[in-house]
Design a protein around this ligand. Structure first.
Ligand code: TNX
Length: 515
C-alpha cells in the first residue's frame, strides 16, 4: 500500500511538472501565404485531448469559425475539440477566437494570433478575419504528434505572435466550367483548397462557345441545348439555380465570393445555338465542340438581345450576393469595333441596374466604361494603361505568369503554351505590386484563371492548378518584402502531406524537393 501511494504521489507530481518541449521556430513553420509579421517565442502549445475551443458567442459567425476549426483539427489529428462547452475538468489548454476592435486590426481580413504554452488567442474584427486566422493555425499544427512527452498524443504547435493582413483585397482563381463542365462536388473541393490558402474569390466562367452552364429560368434552352455538349463532343452539363446557390453558400462559408461570368458578345456560340436570334455573325449556329476562339458574336443592334441579357443578368445576380458581375468581353474578333463599344456600354448599364460592379477582360476598356468598372488584365498592356487613364481598377491575370492552363514545360500532359511555358518558379517569381507600370493604387488584386480546353477531370484540373495556384495565394496576400523563392520552395514542399490528405493530384515539379 505504501508503495502504491508513493507511486501515485510521484505520478501526480510528474503531471504538474512543466513539460520540457523541444525548441520550436514559428518563423520556419509551414505557412502559405507567409504572414505579414511573425515573432517566434520558441516553446510549444500542446494541442491534445485536453484542449477546448471558445469563441465570441454574441456573433454566430464567430461560433461557426470555431466549429470549422474543430472539424478541421479532427480531420488532421482525430482529436475532438469541444466548442463553447461549459468547462470540463480535463481542459488544460484553450483556443480562443475573439471578436476584437484593436486599432492594429486594420482590415476585415486582418487577424492576430498569439500562441503561448497555455493558450492560443485569435483576435479579429470580423469573422472573416478570424477565418483567415484559423487557416494559419491549421497550417502550423504539425503533421505528426509527439507520443513520448506524456501518456497521450500531443501536437506541438510553435509559440509566438503573428500579425497579419493581406496585401490585396482581391485574391482569386477562375474555373472555366464551360469548355468542360465540372460538378458541384469538384467546385466545392476547389473551394476547400483555395480557402486553406486564404484566397477570397472564385470566378466561374459559366458560358462560352462550347457550353452554357447555368440555368436561366426564362430561357430554358440555354442549358437544354447550349449545355448539352462540351469540348471533345462528350455530353456537357450545367448547374441548376439551386445547385449554383449551393456553391455560392458553400463559398460564403469559406469566406470566398463567387464572381459569375457570362462571356459576351464573343464566346457566345452556345447561347446562339439555343436562341438563333441572338446571333450576329450571319451564319447558322451549330453546337461547337472544338477549341477555336473568336468566331461568335451576339447581334449588338437588336433590342431583343438586350432584353435577353437583362433576363440573364437579373436571374444570375439575384442568386449572386457578391458585388461583381463579369461580362467577359474578350476576343470579340467578329464584332465590329463600333458594335463592340455599343454592346459593352449597354450591358454595363444592365449590370448597374442590378446593383453590381462590372468586371470584364481587358478589352472592355476600349468602350466608354465607367471608372467603377474593373479590367482583368490578361494580355494587353495597352488596355491596362487605358484602364489606368480611365481611373479604373485592374485585376492582374497576365497569361505568361498567371494562366494555370499554361503547360509547365514541353513534357506537360495537359495545357496549352500560347503564352509560353510556366514552370512553378516562373508563376511565383514576379511582382504584382510593380506590374507593367500599373500604379499600385489601381491594382485590385490578382487572379489565376484555369481554362479547361485540355482538361476534363478533377485529376487533370488539379495537375494544372497545383502547385501553381498556391503561389498565387502568396503573391496576393504577402507583401513583396516577405516573398522569396528559396524560402517559399521549402514551405511548398511541406504542403505535400496536406495535398495528399486532400487527395489532390498535384504536379510533382522537379523544382521542388517534395516531402
Ligand atoms: C484566351 S483569356 C482566352 C480563353 C482561352 C484561353 C486559353 C481570355 C480572356 N480568353 O478563351 O480559353 O486563352 O488559354
Amino acid at each position: 500500500i505504501v508503495l502504491l501511494c508513493l507511486t501515485a504521489l510521484i505520478a501526480c507530481q510528474e503531471k504538474k511538472k512543466p513539460i520540457n518541449f523541444p525548441a520550436t521556430d514559428l518563423a520556419k513553420a509551414n505557412m502559405i501565404p507567409m504572414p505579414l509579421k511573425t515573432i517566434p517565442t520558441n516553446s510549444a502549445f500542446a494541442l491534445d485531448k485536453n484542449t477546448a475551443i471558445y469563441t465570441t458567442e454574441s456573433d454566430n459567425k464567430f461560433v461557426d469559425v470555431g466549429a470549422f476549426l474543430s472539424k478541421k483539427i479532427k480531420t488532421k489529428t482525430d482529436l475532438d475539440l469541444p466548442v463553447n462547452e461549459s468547462r470540463a475538468d480535463n481542459v488544460e489548454r484553450i483556443i480562443y477566437i475573439n471578436q476584437a476592435d484593436s486599432e492594429e486590426l486594420a482590415g476585415n481580413e486582418a487577424y492576430q494570433l498569439y500562441i503561448t504554452r497555455d493558450s492560443v488567442i485569435i483576435n479579429a474584427k470580423t469573422a472573416e478575419g478570424a477565418f483567415r486566422g484559423i487557416q494559419t493555425f491549421r497550417q502550423i499544427i504539425p503533421e505528426t504528434s509527439n507520443d513520448t512527452l506524456t501518456d497521450h498524443k500531443m501536437w506541438l504547435v510553435p509559440t509566438g505572435k503573428i500579425m497579419d493582413n493581406p496585401n490585396f483585397g482581391y485574391r482569386g482563381s477562375m474555373l472555366d466550367v464551360a469548355r468542360h463542365f465540372f460538378s458541384v462536388e469538384d467546385v466545392k473541393k476547389y473551394i476547400d483548397l483555395l480557402a486553406y490558402y486564404k484566397m477570397n474569390i472564385l470566378h466561374l466562367h459559366l458560358t462560352d462557345d462550347q457550353g452554357w452552364r447555368i440555368e436561366i429560368k426564362s430561357w430554358p434552352k440555354l442549358t437544354e441545348v447550349g449545355g448539352s455538349t462540351q469540348v471533345g463532343g462528350e455530353s456537357g452539363g450545367f448547374y441548376t439555380q439551386e445547385e449554383y446557390k449551393d456553391i455560392v453558400k458553400y463559398a460564403a462559408e469559406h469566406y470566398i465570393t463567387i464572381v459569375p461570368e457570362v462571356d459576351m458578345p464573343g464566346h457566345t456560340n452556345a447561347a446562339s445555338v439555343s436562341y438563333p436570334f441572338l446571333n450576329g455573325n450571319g451564319k447558322t449556329p451549330k453546337l461547337y465542340t472544338g477549341t477555336e476562339v473568336g468566331f461568335s458574336t451576339f447581334d449588338a443592334n437588336k433590342d431583343t438581345v438586350y432584353a435577353f441579357i437583362d433576363d440573364v443578368i437579373r436571374e444570375i445576380t439575384a442568386i449572386s450576393p457578391g458585388p461583381y458581375f463579369h461580362v467577359g468581353g474578350d476576343e470579340s474578333h467578329v464584332t465590329s469595333k463600333k458594335d463592340y463599344v455599343t454592346f459593352v456600354n449597354k450591358v454595363e448599364k444592365i449590370v448597374h441596374k442590378y446593383g453590381k460592379r462590372m468586371i470584364g477582360w481587358d478589352e472592355i476598356v476600349t468602350a466608354d466604361v465607367d471608372s467603377n468598372a474593373i479590367a482583368q488584365y490578361w494580355s494587353s498592356g495597352k488596355n491596362a494603361k487605358l484602364a489606368v487613364q480611365k481611373g479604373m481598377k485592374v485585376i492582374l491575370s497576365p497569361a505568361n505568369k498567371a494562366y494555370l492552363d499554361m503547360q509547365y514545360d514541353t513534357l506537360s500532359k495537359f495545357g496549352l503554351h500560347w503564352a509560353g511555358y510556366v514552370p512553378v518558379d516562373t508563376a511565383y517569381v514576379w511582382t504584382p505590386e510593380e506590374y507593367d507600370g500599373i500604379p499600385l493604387k489601381n491594382i485590385l488584386g490578382i487572379e489565376a484563371p484555369l481554362w479547361s480546353e485540355t482538361i476534363s477531370t478533377m485529376e487533370e484540373l488539379e495537375y494544372l492548378a497545383f502547385p501553381r495556384v498556391i503561389g498565387f495565394s502568396e503573391l496576393g496576400w504577402t507583401p513583396k518584402e516577405n516573398r522569396n523563392w528559396d524560402n517559399y520552395k521549402i514551405r511548398l514542399a511541406n504542403q505535400a502531406p496536406y495535398l495528399d490528405r486532400m487527395n489532390v493530384k498535384y504536379y510533382p515539379s522537379e523544382l521542388i524537393d517534395w516531402k
